[in-house]
Design a protein around this ligand. Structure first.
Ligand code: 2AM
Length: 173
């Protein structure tokens, strides 16, 4: 990291209508399995993780994202689960569900655009999830579905603060 590098990722912010449901779910899970609750402003669905990236690439990324068309598709959150992190502190607890055809297409288009622009990103298979807790216990169950209308992906920078990372949306008016 350096002053000319930024920790970047591309994500969808939750539709405002879904945010209260996600926060309620987060709080229920927090009461069950503990850990650190993600602040509501940090909730997102990551589509591509770029990591430390030269700040000079930010305008290129914003211009590229502006060319992506709005998808008329949806994604369905129908379960909660957890990932082991390898740290002894516990799991990441998330809400998610299988990628819909529309979400798979959106991610495919985005990854192809990033490759055409020569952007480096983490190309591990896409597992759509919204992280709700960190350093928590494990959980796995289905839940009443939440329908998430897909929108245009946004560029985020992860900014370290004393209270933990804050995710800033770049290019917002
Ligand atoms: P996570 O919530 O499951 O940790 C910012 O760190 C966002 O990028 C988070 O949504 C994080 O997922 C995601 N991400 C994907 N790949 C990552 C990686 N290799 N390192 C860190 N975060 C990654």
């Amino acid at each position: 990291a350096g002053p000319d590098m930024q920790r970047l990722f591309i994500a969808l912010a939750p539709p405002p209508m879904l945010l209260p449901s996600l926060v309620t779910l987060r709080d229920q899970l927090h009461a069950e399995v503990g850990g650190r609750a993600m602040p509501a402003a940090n909730l997102h669905l990551t589509l591509a993780f770029l990591g430390e990236t030269p700040a000079a690439q930010v305008p290129v990324l914003l211009a590229r994202l502006a060319t992506l068309s709005r998808h008329r598709a949806h994604w369905r959150i129908d379960r909660v689960g957890s990932f082991k992190t390898g740290s002894p502190k516990g799991c990441i607890v998330w809400a998610g569900g299988p990628a819909s055809a529309g979400l798979t297409e959106l991610v495919g288009t985005l990854w192809q655009a990033l490759r055409e622009d020569g952007m480096a990103f983490d190309a591990k298979p896409f597992v759509p999830h919204v992280t709700l807790l960190r350093a928590a216990g494990s959980v796995a169950r289905t839940m009443p579905p939440l329908i998430w209308p897909l929108a245009v992906p946004q560029l985020y920078a992860s900014i370290a603060t004393a209270q933990g990372p804050r995710y800033a949306r770049l290019g917002d008016p």
